[in-house]
Design a protein around this ligand. Structure first.
Ligand code: LP5
Ligand code: MN
Length: 241
């Protein structure tokens, strides 16, 4: 049956080889059968520039490019860990970069895809941080620094983030319901797919007086998580790595 796949929050890094192996197997197996693959951010644990010579990146790029050569287009939306992933790396993967929110029409049904961080509007500390690091001039400045210094700054940010998160409630770090309904109604969709919160679930809600659904991808830890969209609907699937 014709279908499209969505994944997010793999957080690939050299310290977690089993997740990388699971992703490479997923690309050779499940993804090959799909009409397209959408990666909704945080594919990598932390992205500090396309010029990072980390061999893991080249391995992932080669595997994604193989998927493209097999005829499956791949699209990418930035996450809060890999918002600096640029055209150069995307090109080496054969994948197309999408804006932070993208409306799709699949099998006759409109849907919206996002990473999900912009919906967490109760997390004011994060939204302030996001506005800062999304400034083009600051990104350019950061990318012009030596790799070792970028690495150190990223480590500091990750440590700062972990510390900040430990004192935030679960509710603050989840999406804001008004932000969800506002966004869905603005894009005129009854279906939203996102990641970021690491709370895989299918939520039902009402948008513009009609039934709607918000399907949340899980992070890849001990198992993988994907969403399969067909002409009959969406399906959230957990699978062993
Ligand atoms: O990522 P995660 O899951 O821990 O938490 C996120 C939010 N945190 C972030 C920060 C990232 O983890 C950092 C990623 C580094 C990427 C590469 C470097 C690129 C640098 C570019 C510079 C232009 O996104 C977290 C949310 C949580 O999701 C849930 O939604 O709460 O938000 C925060 O933790 C933000 C804090 O509230 C404040 C940020 C503290 C950062 C400290 C900075 C110190 C840096 C000093 C450098 C000189
Ligand atoms: Mn995220």
């Amino acid at each position: 049956m014709s279908h499209t796949l969505f994944i997010a929050d793999l957080h690939l890094c050299e310290e977690e080889p089993a997740i990388t192996a699971g992703f490479l197997a997923f690309l050779r197996r499940d993804a090959r059968q799909a009409d397209a693959l959408y990666i909704l951010g945080d594919l990598f644990e932390a992205w500090i520039g396309d010029d990072d010579p980390n061999p893991l990146h080249a391995k992932v790029a080669a595997a994604l490019d193989e998927l493209r050569l097999a005829g499956v287009p791949c699209y990418f939306i930035h996450g809060n860990r890999d918002f600096l992933l640029g055209q150069r790396f995307a090109k080496s993967c054969g994948m197309r970069l999408l804006p932070e929110a993208q409306r799709l029409e699949l099998y006759g049904r409109p849907l919206l895809i996002m990473h999900g961080d912009t919906l967490c509007t109760d997390d004011e500390g994060y939204q302030r941080f996001r506005r800062k690091v999304h400034q083009r001039w600051l990104q350019k400045l950061f990318l012009s620094l030596p790799l070792s210094l970028r690495q150190r700054i990223a480590q500091k940010m990750r440590a700062g983030s972990k510390q900040a998160n430990s004192s935030k409630t679960m509710a603050i770090m989840d999406v804001n319901n008004e932000a969800v309904t506002y966004t869905m109604s603005r894009y005129q969709v009854q279906c939203l797919i996102h990641g970021h919160t690491h709370r895989p679930a299918v939520h039902t809600l009402t948008v513009n007086g009609l039934p709607a659904e918000r399907v949340v991808l899980g992070a890849w830890h001990t198992e993988g998580s994907m969403i399969r969209v067909t002409s009959s609907g969406t399906e959230l699937i957990a699978f062993p790595l």
